[in-house]
Structure formats: C-alpha cells, structure tokens
Write a protein that binds this ligand. Structure first.
Ligand code: OAD
Length: 250
C-alpha cells in the first residue's frame, strides 16, 4: 500500500473541510486529458494554427459564415468523441461533498455535465447547441447545405451558428451575474486549467480572493492568476483533483 504524499498542507485541508461554499473556475486545460485541444497551449493550442479572429468572431460570422460553421463543426466533432476525465469526475463528486458548490466554466464542451456536475455556469455557451444569427432561435435540425455554406434557420431563414460566445461578444448576462455572486460569496475557489488571460472570467479569482476566499490554482504552468492564488498545484487536473478530493474528503 503506497502512502500518498499529501498534496495539501493541513491548514488548507481544514479550510476546505469547513468551507460552506466552494466555487470552481475551469478552462480548456481540464478537458485537455479528454483529448480536446486547448486554445493557447503551444503544442496543442488551436490558436497556434488558426487566427481566432478569422474563425471565431462576429466579423468572421458576418463575412464568412460557412467558414465559421465548418470550424465549429470540426470542434463539435472532437467534442462528441470526448469523454469526461478523472478531473471532471472529481469535481462532480466534490459537488456532493460540500454544502454549496458553484462550477463556473469557460469551456463549451459540456463535459462537466456529462461527468455528473449539476450546477454548471457556462460563461461561454455550449458548442453542442445551435442558434440562428438573427433571433437566436434554438435549432436542432436543419437542411443540409453545400460544403463551405452555413445552414439556415428553419424559422427565420438566417444563418445558423453555435450557441457560444465569439471573440468580442458579451457573455450571457445572467450567467455572469451568478458567477460574480459565487465569486463574491465563496469560502474557497479552485482555478483549474485556465491561462487567465480572457476577461471578465479571469477577474473572478481576484474577486474571490478580495473577499477572503482561499484561492487554489491547478495548472501544469504558471499563469497571471498564479500570483492571485494562495496555493498553486503544478500538474494535470486529471491527477491532482482526484488526489485533492481523497485527501480532503477521505
Ligand atoms: P487556454 O488554452 O488559454 O489555457 C489552457 C490552460 O490549461 C493553460 O494554462 C495550460 O497550462 C492549462 N493546462 C493544459 N493542460 C492541462 C491539464 N491537463 N490540467 C490542467 N491545466 C492544463 O484556455 P482557456 O484559459 O480556457 O473563449 O481560454 C479562455 C478562453 O479563451 C476560452 O474559453 C475561449 C478562448 O478565447 C472564447 O472562445 C470566448
């Protein structure tokens, strides 16, 4: 029986055990071990090969909806093949172990929900949902179109797009307000797998720390949020999160 080297100092374990409200902010890194490329990682980053402004922006949607549709169809296909990893599963377990748990994600892959997380705030939408450009009509079936074209809304005829936040677009207001309230009231915030460069999501850990929450970053790399964190755990979320849950809630 190998004794696991404790991941967390005793005072952090005590703090988490008595926390009434734990908030979590996740980014693309938590889905990396499910095979979904992150945005900015050098070796796998999607943006390394593509210019996001050319593919995931309102301008791209207006100028070339077919290209935006194809780009997201490719990403949707990768997401459809992906399964939750032990990091997602550990967070779903944690939700059942604390009195109040708020999972705020920048990811659009729906893997937290697939892992069993109940209360998920999707700041940037969900790639598996499709809406139309003109009225945001939710659409689940559409007429097939030629390669390079974007399908049309069966209700109003405008082109379809993924129900995700594109570069430069506003976040869903009510979702962000809930994320803000959770950051302002949590006793602890875990910041997992995000480069912490996209606002307003990246402001949430600072807001949590400002009101006295314990902030823990889980990421193999240092990020601008590392200085905000009280504790940084350098490693993959798929290994660290199960070990954290085992140590705090044996
Ligand atoms: P990034 O690709 O910017 O950052 C991914 C982070 O995950 C990096 O800091 C990696 O070091 C870390 N990482 C990689 N593998 C990991 C692992 N196994 N476990 C834990 N961390 C790991 O992705 P985000 O920060 O999520 O927004 O990007 C934020 C937003 O920028 C996205 O939501 C997207 C993009 O523009 C929109 O599309 C609106």
């Amino acid at each position: 029986m190998t004794t696991e080297r404790p991941l967390l100092p005793a005072e952090v374990v005590r703090w988490l055990r008595k926390a009434q409200h734990v908030a979590v902010l996740t980014g693309a890194g938590i889905s990396a071990e499910s095979g979904i490329p992150t945005f900015r990682d050098a070796q796998t980053g999607l943006w390394a090969r593509y210019d996001p402004r050319a593919l995931a922006s309102p301008e791209a949607l207006a100028n070339n909806p077919g290209l935006v549709w194809a780009w997201y169809a490719w990403r949707r296909q990768k997401v459809a093949q992906a399964r939750p990893n032990p990091g997602h599963i550990a967070l779903a377990k944690m939700e059942r172990l604390v009195p109040r748990f708020t999972l705020i994600t920048q990811n659009v892959d729906g893997l937290h929900q697939q892992a069993g997380s109940q209360h998920v705030l999707e700041l940037h939408g969900n790639i598996m949902r499709t809406v139309c450009v003109a009225h945001r009509h939710p659409v689940s079936h559409w007429e097939p179109v030629a390669e390079g074209e974007a399908p049309k809304c069966p209700i109003c005829g405008s082109v379809l797009r993924p129900d995700v936040v594109l570069f430069g677009e506003n976040l869903p207001h009510d979702v962000f307000q809930q994320a803000l309230e959770a950051s302002q009231t949590c006793d602890a915030m875990l910041v997992i797998g995000t480069s912490g460069v996209v606002y307003p999501a990246a402001a949430l850990p600072d807001i949590a720390r400002e009101q006295g929450a314990l902030v823990i970053e889980i990421n193999p790399q240092a990020t601008p949020l590392s200085d905000v964190a009280d504790l940084t755990l350098r490693g993959p979320a798929g290994e660290i999160l199960p070990a954290l849950v085992r140590q705090v809630w044996p």
